[in-house]
Design a protein around this ligand. Sequence first.
Ligand code: NAD
Length: 506
Amino acid sequence: MVGSEPADEIRERHREARERARSMGPFRAWIDGERVEASDGATAETRDPVVDEPIASVPACGPEDVDRAVEAAAAGFADEWSEVTPAERSRRLFEWTDVLADHVEELAFLECLDTGKPRADARGEIEGATDTLEYYASVCRSQSGDQIPAREDVHLFTRQEPFGVVGQITPWNFPAWAAAWKLGPALAAGNASVLKPSASSPLSTIRMAELTEGILPDGVVNVVPGAGRDVGQPLTEHPDVAKVSFTGSTAVGRGVMKAAAERVAPVTLELGGKSPFIVFPDADLETAVDAVAAGIFYSTGEICDAFSRALVHEDVLAEFTDRFVERAESYVLGDPLAEDTTMGPLTTRDQFGKVSDYVDAGRREGATLLTGGGPPDDPALADGWYFEPTVFGDVDNDMRIAREEIFGPVQTIIPFGSYEEAIEIANDTDYGLAAGIGTERTSLVHNAAADLEAGLVYVNEYGPILPEAPYGGYKDSGIGRDLGQEALDHYRQTKTVYVNLDDPSL
Ligand code: NAD
């Protein structure tokens, strides 16, 4: 379904919105507590995906800027942050989240304009980012080491120490949330960060960093925007970056790991997915449709843990498919700045091309296109990267549309006949980020949760994602975990101290 606004209204609203966004700038790199240009003055435009117009120019940084930022981070860590007590770190992180909470609308506006996601979703994302930082501000003070009672004549204990400078790289789909997932545990553990946002949607991350001014010491948070090869790669290769955390595609993640391996730096990788949702025959179909639709159409399907394979038992296949197609057709495509829009455009021209190519591949491979399949037939949306919610039936798990990450609003429906077959198809993928289960039977929930090869299992719902719980993938979907205590542990190293004790006689 498309919104009912005329093209000129949308264009005018976006002209004003881009002007408003520019007035919040200038958007620059944030290094050592200052807004700075790229060393060579290079800039790149970030674009509004609704009308394909430039929003703002942002520095296109390079290796020299990475050097500058790493130097600032090392100084910020050594001079101040490493000396700050956990209680003080916690207080300052809370102070930052208070400021962010005062800027939710502004940050959500930037996120909505830069990524094209509906305003309400962008607001939810910023609130999620703030909540994540609050969680790490809270747990910061409650960390401890161990005392190990191995022998009476040795006082044996562990200290948890930060790495120093950590390099963090984020993708374009949830820029603010990803930044909080990275910065929260890194700063709580006492590290300083150099963070590279995606060149396609850097605005909210830059603004979040600017809002640390006067709260966090200079150099503790640095944001260096630019292209992957110019900023991401030098950051992963930098000898003074002691730990790397990356969220993005599996292909780039492999390269990041190789670069870090050269100097034996630990890495956390949050990568792609091709997550199944299994609709068992006893499932409440309305609940299952809700979960699978949210899992593939939320954020225009640009979600790493998208339920992009719906595995449906043959007894309920026809009914589920009918209801799911009806649901897909009920999304309101329109201006993400308008509150009644439930699906915005894809974020970039490249992503639009990629999703279109996969739909062509699905048709060629013999899947049946049940709805969608291209841009909506509405002249008001013709300038943007809109793609209709798309559903393929008669999908075989060997088809490319079932094996490769599309990262768009494209669902594949795959039938199964038995529990064993469902689990086999679900696990027959290189990825292992998330999996979902639709059933009312407790034994199915627990058996499937144990048998599925995935880092996350959602039962009768898509999400929620809470900062208290570890998040990450099996197999090609990654290494290590974001969120929860586990992420904090990734940003610390353990030192074991043996204090040999003399005989206490005087
Ligand atoms: P991408 O891999 O193209 O880019 C991710 C980041 O890496 C960007 O900032 C990019 O500029 C940078 N980069 C590119 N080349 C680099 C290099 N050689 N060295 C270092 N950095 C480099 O991914 P994307 O297209 O921005 O995001 C989509 C991908 O991210 C999808 O595969 C999605 O599944 C994944 N993702 C995963 C999670 C998760 O938590 N598992 C969350 C969000 C997105």
